[in-house]
Design a protein around this ligand. Structure first.
Ligand code: G6P
Length: 612
């Protein structure tokens, strides 16, 4: 949600900022802007629209500066427009600022500033905070760093801010609370960004800034302080990521690349953890806390969006394999309820980005109540990873397409590993069943590859259904969450209204929608409930619904009842969600493409939701 990037060093800042913004554009893309200091003059260029439009506008302009800040926006306060785009300028024109997050008490701060004669050019909370800082600097005759410190003590909300001061072209001031900030340490240069992607091609040495820290950044110097003005030692870590991981690698879209990466990402997330030959699963997070985990009374899964769907699959797996009560919570609801949390509750926090604001706050709350937090997170070093007591990284690599695909199958794989390991420790699984499931896990990458071979057939199918205005997705058991995920993918990418339902619930409402225009996607692979779902297919057919089904290869019997089929290889039902979601990802992708939409950056969405 909003991408920020900043540079200070010997090189020209503009090309570095521009490239950085393109890398961060998945975070928000309704407007973009940069600020530079050229000959002591603070210059701001910003506009509504994509980074490419800003670039076009600036082509051929002399943009000389070795310091600068850049922003790509996902609107919160104020519509997407030129004047609401960041960076914002302070009233004096001396300070420019970019911001990711929400200042919740901005209205009160704005009122105070209005009474002191301040005027506002935008509708944003950012401009309010910036002028608040400027006002403090003016009244206290203090340094910008001091003014930021004083201001932030009054601020309620979440932020990463970076400030540029026309009178001090050798320093950037940044601060964080609740939104992510990474600082790259190069040779005589520093880069600041919302994530590591703009930094990677310049340096692999990074510092993750913590909440309530202020960074004073020169070309050669990085000072971190807390809000009490005490210096804190920057903890330098090395990025374990290649540039190729954040580029399209010949695919038309990141989403397609990420769908096709799944055989590898699923393998990567089992690497060193699953030894199918020996029948062993080793998750360091589990091994180190085996006692807490085996004695858990209940597991509460907290997540948002696609990660929440992974959590729902987790509920089925953990209940079946570990015989443990499981609850799956929307983080945004959980954080405002009065949940009963016991010290023997284990929280599984699932998040691709590791920065989702609601998930972060929900687990903070559970942690305060004494629960043990196990993070299943993709982005290494992210806030949720750091807040968790322990956890397992999904190792899916950077996911750039806004609609989550490879991160989801990696989450499911980690959850399956976790559930199996815990079941073994709790004695709720036989050795034979454990061994057989280990072998099934090991076979997953090849089976996903096999599904991907059907890509062209699914693309054809998408052409056929692209004009439908509604879709229904139905599944049962382990595949009910896959119905939800399939519907979500379609909504996100194609803007077609789609609903996911447990197939057994169809009669209690959704069946009223069925007519000859409605495509109904069934996840109907072979499992214990197969016959029940065939009955549901018949019920839809009887009402002239257009049945599309995900079926097990060779299931010609069910195929005869369907208008269209997507086949997947046979698999142990418990692991079938990991395979069955893949054709649904492809279907959503190809429908989005057929409709000519920007599947990597669907309207109104953002990859990393760092505001609540
Ligand atoms: C956003 C993204 C989704 C994602 C959700 C949760 O809505 O667009 O793809 O599933 O946030 O994000 P997380 O990073 O916590 O998994």
């Amino acid at each position: 949600m909003c991408g920020i990037v900043a540079y200070i060093g010997p090189k020209q800042a503009y090309p570095i900022l521009l490239k950085g913004l393109k890398r961060l554009e998945y975070r928000g893309y309704d407007s973009a802007g940069i600020a530079l200091i050229d000959n002591g003059q603070l210059k701001v260029y910003k506009r509504k629209g994509r980074v490419a439009e800003l670039e076009e506008q600036l082509t051929g302009m002399p943009l000389s500066s070795t310091i600068g800040i850049g922003h790509t926006r996902w609107a919160t306060h104020g519509e997407p427009s030129d004047r609401n785009a960041h960076p914002h300028l302070s009233q004096s024109g001396k300070l420019a600022m970019i911001h990711n997050g929400i200042i919740e008490n901005y209205a009160q701060l704005k009122q105070e500033l209005l009474t002191q004669g301040y005027h506002f050019r935008s509708d944003t909370d950012t401009e309010v905070l910036l002028n608040f800082i400027e006002n403090i600097r003016h009244h206290n005759q203090c340094s910008l760093e001091e003014a930021v410190r004083i201001a932030l003590r009054r601020v309620v909300g979440a932020y990463v801010i970076v400030l540029l001061d026309a009178d001090n072209p050798h320093t950037l001031i940044a601060a964080r609370k609740g939104s992510p900030l990474v600082i790259g340490i190069g040779k005589g240069e520093h880069l600041l960004a919302s994530d590591a992607s703009p930094i990677l091609e310049h340096t692999k040495e990074v510092v993750y800034v913590n909440d309530y820290q202020i960074a004073i950044v020169g070309a050669d110097e990085l000072v971190l302080k807390n809000l009490g003005n005490e210096r804190q030692t920057p903890f330098i870590t090395r990025l374990d990521m290649d540039l190729a991981a954040i580029e399209k690698g010949g695919f038309e879209h990141f989403m397609l690349k990420e769908i096709f990466e799944q055989p590898t990402t699923v393998l990567d997330c089992m690497r060193g953890r699953l030894d199918a030959y020996q029948g062993r699963i080793t998750l360091s997070g589990v091994e180190q806390h085996l006692e807490i985990l085996t004695k858990a009374q209940r597991i509460i899964i907290i997540a948002c969006g696609t990660s929440w769907h992974a959590g729902l699959v987790g509920e089925y797996l953990l209940e079946t394999l570990c015989r443990l009560p499981v609850e799956v919570e929307y983080a945004s609801e959980f954080r405002y309820r009065h949940p009963v949390i016991n010290p023997r509750d284990v929280i599984l926090a699932i998040s691709q980005s590791g920065e989702t604001a609601d998930t972060l706050v929900a687990i903070e709350k559970a942690k305060e109540s004494g629960a043990f937090i196990y993070g299943i997170v993709n982005v290494v070093g992210s806030s949720i990873a750091r807040l968790s007591h322990t956890g397992t990284y999904t190792h899916a690599g950077p996911e750039i397409g806004v609609a989550s695909t490879k991160a989801f199958t990696a989450q499911l794989t980690v959850i399956a590993l976790f559930a199996l390991r815990l079941a073994l420790a709790r004695g709720t699984i036989s050795k034979e069943r454990f061994l057989s499931l280990c072998n099934d896990l090991a076979a997953l990458p090849d089976k996903i590859r096999h599904v991907l071979d059907h890509g062209p057939a699914i693309a054809k199918l998408a052409q056929h259904y692209q004009h439908a205005t509604n879709f229904l997705y139905l599944g049962r058991g382990y595949n009910f969450p896959i119905a939800l995920e399939g519907a979500l993918k379609l909504k996100e990418i194609s803007y077609i209204h789609a609903e996911g339902y447990p197939a057994g619930e169809m009669k209690h409402g959704p069946i009223a929608l069925v007519d000859e225009h409605l495509p109904v996607v069934f996840i109907a692979t072979k499992d214990a409930l197969h016959e029940k779902i065939i009955s549901n297919i018949q019920e839809v057919r009887a009402r002239k619904g257009r049945v599309i089904a995900v079926l097990t290869e060779g299931d010609h019997f069910t195929a005869q009842f369907c208008e269209a089929c997507m086949f997947v290889p046979e698999i142990e039902p418990l692991l079938s969600p990991i395979i069955n979601v893949v054709p649904l990802q492809l279907l959503a992708y190809y429908i989005g493409v057929a409709k000519g939409l920007d599947v990597d950056k669907p309207r109104n969405l953002a990859k990393s939701v760092t505001v609540e």
